[in-house]
Design a protein around this ligand. Sequence first.
Ligand SMILES: Cc1ncc(COP(=O)(O)O)c(C=O)c1O
Length: 328
Amino acid sequence: MALKLPETASLGYTPTPVELLSRLSKRLEGPDIYIKRDDLTGVGLTGNKVRKLAFLIHDAVQKNADVLITCGGVQSNHARATAVAAARFGLRSHLFLRKNGESTIDGNFFLDKMVGAEITFVNQQEYDRIDEVMHDLAAELAEKGQNAYVIPEGGSNALGALGYIRAAEEIAAWSRREKLRFDAIVCAVGSGGTYAGLLAGKYLCDLPARILGINVCHDAVYFRRKISSLLDGIRTTYLPDLKTDDREIRIIDGFVGKGYGLSRQEEIDIIKLTAEQEGILLDPVYTGKAMLGLQELIRRGEIAEDEKVLFLHSGGIFGLFPKRGLFY
Ligand SMILES: Cc1ncc(COP(=O)(O)O)c(C=O)c1O
C-alpha cells in the first residue's frame, strides 16, 4: 500500500522504467548496472524535478498562488521545469538566474523563455542571499495584490523531497516484482532533496541498498548537514514515525571536478560512452559526474562485481546543448 503523503498535482509520467545497461556494465568491468529512467518523466517537464514539483505545485495551487518564484544557474533544470510546470497550470513564473558572463539563448534558458518565464539575472553576491531576494519579490508582489509561491533552489525543501519517497516506493515495487534487490543506488546530489527523499524511502520501504550520492557542488560535509536537516523537516511536518540514521548519509566527494557546471574530459568521455553503448543521454552537470563517480567506485572495488547497482538517471538533457562544443 502506498505511503500516506500529501496530495500531488498531476504532472509527470510515473512510475518510470528500470532497465539493465548490459553493455555499459561489461565495459566498466564490474557489477550489473541498472538505470531508473527519471529522464522519462516527461518532455519539457522532465527529470527529477518533476517528482518534487508534483508536491510543490499542488501546494501552490491550494494556496491560490498566481506566480511561482524560484532560482538556479542560467542552465538550471529546476528553474526550467518550474517555468514549464507554471505554464501547464496557467500560472506565471519568475526566475532568478545566477549569471557569470554571457549566456546564449540555448538549452534550459531557451525553454525558460519559450514558456514565458520572467527572468531576473543575479550575481554571486545576490545569489548568496537568494532566499531573501525571492521573499522580497514575493512581498513586493503581495503589495500589488499578487500571490507568489516561493520554491527554494532545486525544489529541495521537505515537501519537494517527498517526491523521492515515491520514487523509492517504485523501486521497492519493481524489486518485489522482478525478485531482484539492489545493493547500491547511485544518484547525483545538487541541492540534496533527491538524496534525502531516497534515503527516507529506503527506511520506509525497507530497501536494503546503500544510497550513494555523488555531489556536483559544495562538499560532503555541507550535504550531510543539509540532508540531515531535510530529513528532520520531513519527520517534523509529514512523517513523525520516520526513523533514519545520519551515518547512512553517504556522500561521495571528489567528483565536483573543475566546479559546478564545468566539465572535464573524463566526464565528457563517460557521457559519450553511455550514449554510444546504450543510447542513454546523460547530462554534463549532474548525471555525467555521477556516472563517472560510479565508474570510479567500481574501479576502487567499493562496489563489488557480484553486487547489483541502480543508477538514477535524474534527467538534464537540455544541458547538453550549450556544451556541444566540448563533445565534437
Ligand atoms: C538533472 C539533475 N540531476 C540531479 C540533480 C540533483 O538533485 P537535487 O537537487 O535534488 O540534489 C539536479 C538538480 O539539482 C538535476 O537537475
